[in-house]
Write a protein that binds this ligand. Sequence first.
Ligand code: 2AM
Ligand code: CA
Length: 254
Amino acid sequence: MEQEIISWIYEAAERIKAGLGDALKVDQKSGRTDLVTNVDKETQDFIVSKIKAFDPEAKILGEENGQDETPIDHGRVFVIDPIDGTLNFVMQQENFCIMIAVYEEGVGQLGFIYDVMRDELFWGGPKVGKVFYNNEELSAPENKSLNQGLLGMNLALYRKNIYHAQEIGNQSMGVRVLGCAGLDFIAILKGTQIGYVSSLSPWDYAAGKIMMELLGMLTCGADQKPLSFKGREFFIGATQAAMQEIQAFDEEKN
Ligand code: 2AM
Ligand code: CA
């Protein structure tokens, strides 16, 4: 299954790159900076058509085209973000990813994050027992604490100091705001960030969660609860050491 998914991702990426010079049809979702383009929708449709041909029984949880409320607990569910970082895609034509995850009976089996313009594919999970960077097996990043590394953050959380985001960020070596959840997960998998604190939807974290956990790192939602896979929610993903410290801010101040 993993080889098929990789081939769909590469094909989807070729289609996205081939269309980069064309006029984009950009629509607003919740506001001026929350965008969706024809490419997001067409890419999701393309991936869904490949999935349906491969496994007609599979269910889809995807950001676009009204497929955003499928529960992940039963059967095989493909979780898709056709373009993660749509605002980067529109404004920069780089720094965006394609993300796919496979859950079976609610258990994450495979995750894929592809940085389209850098041609960097991160993929793996329990189904293959490993995580790969292109063809190279990744080893677990060092278990660094908060003050030893860079922390990815959602800017609104930091600016409004929600969930002690400013105190948490200030204890790290520095906060990074990339505008694309997939790139934060890639940085964590590479070991160049110790974590990511954000507000995410299931398709933003589904693939990254699987790969982080396989490499011994942790993820959780608000109040230290497991992620719900229902709607947008507070998200922490971090090394074990940094997770303990981030969660301690919550306990201390409440
Ligand atoms: P997206 O481009 O696929 O929506 C930083 O903006 C990160 O948060 C990106 O990965 C972006 O993914 C995600 N994001 C932006 N707006 C969001 C929203 N309204 N709900 C969930 N995730 C969002
Ligand atoms: Ca998206």
